[in-house]
Design a protein around this ligand. Sequence first.
Ligand SMILES: Cc1cc2nc3c(=O)[nH]c(=O)nc-3n(C[C@H](O)[C@H](O)[C@H](O)COP(=O)(O)OP(=O)(O)OC[C@H]3O[C@@H](n4cnc5c(N)ncnc54)[C@H](O)[C@@H]3O)c2cc1C
Length: 437
Amino acid sequence: MPNSRRGVLKAGLALGIASAVGGGAWELSKVKTKANIIISGGGAAGIGIANKLLHHLNGANITVIDPRNHHWYQPGQTLLLAGAYKTREDVISSNQQYLSNEINWLSDEVVEYQPDSNQVKTRQGQTLSYDYLIVATGLELRYDKIEGLDTTQIGQDNIASIYYSPEAGITSHKQALAFAQSKGGQALFTRPQGAMKCAGAPMKATNLVEFFVRQAGNRDAFNFEYLTSEPFLFSVQAFNERLKEIWQTRKINANFEHTLIGIDSAAKTATFRNSEGESRSLDWEFIHVVPPMSAVKSLRESELADNVRFKGYLEVDKHSMQHTRYPNVFGVGDTVGTPIGKTAASVKSQIPVVAENIRSLIEGREPTAAWGGYTSCPMILDVGHAMLWEFDYSMQPMTALPFEVVDPLAVSELAWVMEKSLIRPVYDIMLHGYTPV
Ligand SMILES: Cc1cc2nc3c(=O)[nH]c(=O)nc-3n(C[C@H](O)[C@H](O)[C@H](O)COP(=O)(O)OP(=O)(O)OC[C@H]3O[C@@H](n4cnc5c(N)ncnc54)[C@H](O)[C@@H]3O)c2cc1C
């Protein structure tokens, strides 16, 4: 193993130990409380904040409500497409392995928020009261907004979509390899309008499929079109320019302000709407679809939703993560209405802020902890190389590590190793409530 890789793995281990030791210090400074805390949604954010609260509070009654009986490590979906992960078990695990037995898990779904009476209603008919509510219900995938797309077609007829499910991640890999071995044709990659989780993933998918095609040895017989509803590839200018440069050499064509509105799988065509409102139809032999996304129905139709700027998302102060109208309500993860930050990396940096602020409220203090918008996107370039992109509200490249491990604009083997082997352990310790970096 090269020294650089060994160093990164050691650093990961050290951070894990450091955080575990830090846990001992929290034990001594816990606040005694009988607060009743409900967490709606038990994905990355919900489980992580539940465990983190246990580091701060002694005696709180913490309940996580989620109908999903397993945990889905969604950042692994791009690794399934890459072929670096192979099976469903690489991304699916049990919720129980992360949950402390001090946390109550309710296998149910929140269908209604009643913030004026501090209550939520569940699908199974329960009405539950809370002192504090944390909303962590992630995003809803809106394949229904793409006319003609039947989700049962994903994984067939060269319609790929790593967002859909672990199985779709696996079949997307197989489809990409088969396409690379074919006689040639046009491949389309879409990026939807509006906020989405891991805004880098549509480009990672493009890079990986182009890599498989190039490896198969007949690159000139294929055409690559990336169609995004945005006017740029990436919102951080330095990253945007760098990827444009790379795509020029790799002959991947970027089409801006193109939103996928329909698919005809029989005719193998896709229809896009451009910025002038005109429709444009393109043929494809392979298409990777990324659906539009929104907050889940029960939130977007509730009193808690933002009706002005981030429509349907939880209306929060972008620093404290506290609801702007209901001070005993907080948000974590993809469902919060903030300008950026729908990644697990953001969840990691939001969790300590929300835990600290709820602790402050319980102690009768002002909630002063602030989230700076940290997010990260390891831009996978091929199987073996990536660029480690991190930024925050300043929209400038930065790093959460004590020093820059890799140049964010460099095509880096180390960044790929971090994506493939280091991010998962950091994610797992985050679910246990430890957020050292
Ligand atoms: C293809 C892909 C690639 C990604 N790559 C990366 C990456 O490289 N790096 C990175 O940092 N992040 C990445 N992400 C993003 C990351 O996975 C998400 O940001 C993270 O999972 C957000 O956590 P969350 O808890 O907010 O949402 P989720 O993990 O989606 O959890 C939401 C939970 O809420 C539950 N829920 C929904 N509605 C209700 C309801 N009404 N009542 C109760 N529970 C409900 C759901 O069942 C689910 O368990 C990627 C995501 C995808 C899809």
